[in-house]
Ligand binder design. Structure first.
Ligand code: MG
Length: 257
């Protein structure tokens, strides 16, 4: 985790452009989601669109400092996979799958990060519900952020909505500062307890907020590929992520139109 540095007005301007490009790229990838397409094909589209937009894929090669570079521009995680799934020509989407698409790019030096869970064709009512509650959890969390509000205001809103609906919030993975680098301080958990430092949000802070919500228990583990997080109980998981700038009165969501 890199140290957090304040972003200048010019950097925030570039960040907005970065977010605009990222959400346009992801919209194009989402349009290609259908039964029969492989996750590798989705990654190919993602990388092509990022570069066409003048961006640099930020996930590709991530982790090379510790000898484990992520091989793709897009994370594709299916069903019980939580995050960090590696695209493969062998993973072909099927009707009824939930696919989580996580993507990031650098533009004019500034990094944005976002994720969406997408239904492949028609999915079960349970999958549909998990998707909706996860999206709402992120939205309720964001509604509680403004300069002077605290992490706990965000985290309790996310956790409360998920748990009231019978779901569990993943604890092994958290949101983060973003902008100059993909992962900056502070860590932004999507749950709260007394052991967590309850920092205040400040104006101009740039954060990637990303609740991961499980239909079953909160436990996750890493698959043998060394990257993919999967639910321990094999039940479904969903993930939504947006990059935001904290303002005096709320937030500016740079990865939404
Ligand atoms: Mg992230």
């Amino acid at each position: 985790m890199k140290e957090y540095r304040e972003k200048s007005a010019q950097e925030l301007k570039s960040l907005r452009e970065s977010g605009k490009r990222l959400r346009t790229v992801l919209a194009t990838v989402i349009q290609a989601v259908q039964p029969g397409i492989s996750t590798k094909e989705l990654d190919t589209i993602a990388e092509r669109e990022i570069r066409a937009a003048g961006g640099i894929p930020i996930f590709k090669g991530y982790g090379s400092e510790w000898g484990k570079p992520f091989p793709a521009s897009l994370c594709t995680s299916l069903n019980q996979e939580v995050v960090h799934g590696i695209p493969s020509e062998k993973r072909v989407l099927r009707e009824g799958d939930l696919v989580k698409l996580d993507i990031g790019l650098r533009f004019e030096g500034m990094v944005t990060d976002m994720a969406r869970t997408v239904a492949v064709g028609s999915v079960s009512a349970e999958a549909e519900r998990l998707l909706r509650i996860t999206r709402e959890s992120l939205d309720f969390g964001i509604e509680n952020i403004r300069a002077g509000a605290h992490l706990s205001d965000y985290a309790r809103a996310v956790q409360g909505h998920a748990e009231r609906n019978g779901y569990a919030v993943v604890r092994d993975l958290v949101g983060h500062g973003v902008g100059h680098e993909l992962h900056e301080d502070p860590q932004v958990p999507n749950y709260f307890h007394a052991g967590i430092r309850d920092f205040a949000f400040t104006k101009g802070m740039v954060l990637a907020l990303e609740p991961m919500i499980n239909a079953g228990g909160l436990q996750v583990r890493i698959a043998p590929d060394g990257w993919t997080f999967v639910t321990n109980d094999g039940k479904l998981s969903a993930h939504f992520e947006d990059t935001i700038i904290v303002t005096e009165s709320g937030t500016e969501i740079v990865t939404r139109g």
